[in-house]
Design a protein around this ligand. Sequence first.
Ligand SMILES: Nc1ncnc2c1ncn2[C@@H]1O[C@H](COP(=O)(O)OP(=O)(O)OP(=O)(O)O)[C@@H](O)[C@H]1O
Ligand SMILES: [Mg+2]
Length: 230
Amino acid sequence: MLETRDLNAYYDESHVLRGVDLRVERGEIVTLVGRNGAGKTTTLKTIMGIVRARSGEVTFEGRAIAALPPDRIARLGIGFVPEERGIYSTLTVAENLTLPPVIGDAAWPLDRIYELFPILRERGRAMGTTLSGGEQQMLAIARVLRSGAKLILLDEPTEGLAPVIVDAIGDLLLEIKKSGITVLLVEQNLRFANRVADRHYLMVHGKIVDAMTTADAVAREADLLAHLGV
Ligand SMILES: Nc1ncnc2c1ncn2[C@@H]1O[C@H](COP(=O)(O)OP(=O)(O)OP(=O)(O)O)[C@@H](O)[C@H]1O
Ligand SMILES: [Mg+2]
């Protein structure tokens, strides 16, 4: 569904993505793991067109997208949930869910959103600012489903959340996967990654240095945790 080939990106003269090659098949959950500063967020931003690739290609459903502007990329069905979650803090939960532009037939109706996220119905009149971290993350994911994303790019969705909330987010991702949505997930929490993902890429200094199945990652957990420094 998604492929990057020899993707290179810079911030000014700083060469941050150094030939990133990765693939995500339809219906998979794939994680990108790596230490702070490895280039994980930049990879998601480059796929989304927010950071421009200086060279290399990104293909989505067989179509070259690296030269497209971010709004066109979003319209093809890629949703991005940034680390800061990107919800409107001065709008209510319900307003946050009615606002996203609904694109194509993949867009989830509100009823379906509320079925998967009953807490968002309960909290419908609450302002974004009053939500817990876990509720904010759920709202952010719900917004991209509402907009019709077929592929979701998630940047560290579990960061700062209590273990029981991390488990709830994991359950949600597994439900979303059942409905055919594809997820590329940046994650530092290896146990969470192993629970939800099919495969993992390990990124070091702007390069993908390893591709692992979840079984590989579980077998190498001690090594990986030492590398990640967590
Ligand atoms: N807007 C920016 N301008 C300049 N340099 C940046 C910018 N954003 C990130 N960088 C640098 O690019 C490199 C990769 O950053 P990136 O945010 O992609 O890493 P990351 O793997 O997501 O790290 P983290 O785990 O801390 O989120 C780092 O050296 C970072 O300091
Ligand atoms: Mg990051």
